[in-house]
Write a protein that binds this ligand. Structure first.
Ligand SMILES: [Zn+2]
Ligand SMILES: [Zn+2]
Length: 320
């Protein structure tokens, strides 16, 4: 039996981050496991949450790897499919729980996340991490799955060339995933400090994009400027994939969609099991990450916008 009733966690409330050592221990419900967090990644969505996205308050964190402390898979290393469906609706019963209208999402919507020592996760959402795959790579399963989703969505009509816009983590992972499928990838990265993180010979870094030049553009920028650049760069009748959350697009001229007859495709979460396989196959070197204890949230938030780092991770075991 665990003696501790409290744990350390990061809490987000009205856009204010704080670290507490007296967060209530998660109490797994029926069909749920208690997971001890090893690494949790800070991503653009978490930064969006702090500006009010989904009205979230509580413990964020949806990219994580951990170990099951209590549950059927006790002792195994796991990652999780973050979307928790109701289990009853037509979406859930047809294998599309990601689109269940009643869903909760770990660390994003109605459910505590992984910026904590522990979290509870429905057993059916857990995936075992293969022995050969390190925690340092497995923590990227969620964004890799999101990148793989693009490949699945356009399986039949996949263009052979793509422009990826946005040099954040998701953009860089998406570029690497697409390159591994033989797609000729150009990445629009204006900041050379960001470009240093791409060491993949199959990816060409460009600092500007020609107008109406690309049959396929994926916007991973999360920004209005990135969306504008994507609308501009996609060629007539091309495919524009919106991969990141642009909450405040403001006034963007959408007329290129009509004038150029663009196909616009939204793309969110993807197949976690395939992401683990992709990572296990060694298609991505462990990126340059900086690891913080939960108590140094301020430093972590600063590092998240520092182009010298590819990724900011929390490790709840680290002492301040
Ligand atoms: Zn994320
Ligand atoms: Zn449902």
């Amino acid at each position: 039996m665990r003696k501790t009733k409290a744990m350390q966690a990061l809490v987000l409330n009205n856009g204010i981050w704080s670290c507490t050592t007296s967060a209530e221990m998660p109490r797994p419900g029926p069909g749920e496991s208690l997971v001890q967090v090893r690494y949790a990644g800070l991503c653009g969505t978490d930064l969006e949450l702090s500006s009010g996205y989904y009205g979230f308050s509580g413990i964020p964190g949806h990219e994580f790897v951990g170990r099951v402390l209590e549950g059927p898979r006790q002792g195994t290393r796991v990652v999780a499919d973050i979307n928790v469906g109701c289990g009853d609706c037509f979406r859930c019963t047809s294998g599309q729980h990601r689109h269940c209208q009643q869903r909760t999402v770990i660390g994003i919507k109605g459910r505590a996340g992984a910026f904590a020592q522990y979290l509870s996760v429905p057993d059916q959402n857990l995936l075992m991490v293969p022995d050969q795959l390190s925690d340092e790579l497995a923590v990227y399963a969620e964004p890799v799955a999101a990148a793989l989703e693009v490949i699945e969505q356009v399986a039949e009509a996949r263009p052979t060339e793509v422009l990826v816009i946005g040099a954040g983590r998701l953009g860089m992972i998406t570029g690497q995933v697409l390159a591994s499928f033989g797609v000729k990838v150009q990445m629009l990265i204006r900041n050379p400090l960001r470009a240093q993180h791409i060491q993949n010979p199959d990816i060409e870094i460009v600092s500007s994009a020609d107008k109406d030049a690309y049959p396929w553009v994926i916007d991973c920028s999360g920004s209005k400027d990135g969306l504008v650049a994507a609308l501009d760069a996609t060629q007539a009748q091309g495919l524009l994939v919106l991969k990141s959350t642009v909450v405040n697009a403001g006034e963007v001229d959408l007329s290129p969609i009509m004038v150029k007859e663009l196909n616009v495709l939204g793309s969110r979460c993807g197949p976690m099991a395939r992401a683990l396989n992709w990572l296990e196959a060694g298609a991505m070197e462990p990126p340059k990450a900086v690891v913080f204890p939960l108590g140094e949230v301020g430093g972590a938030l600063n590092a998240a916008t520092d182009p010298n780092y590819f990724k900011v991770l929390f490790n709840p075991d680290l002492e301040i």
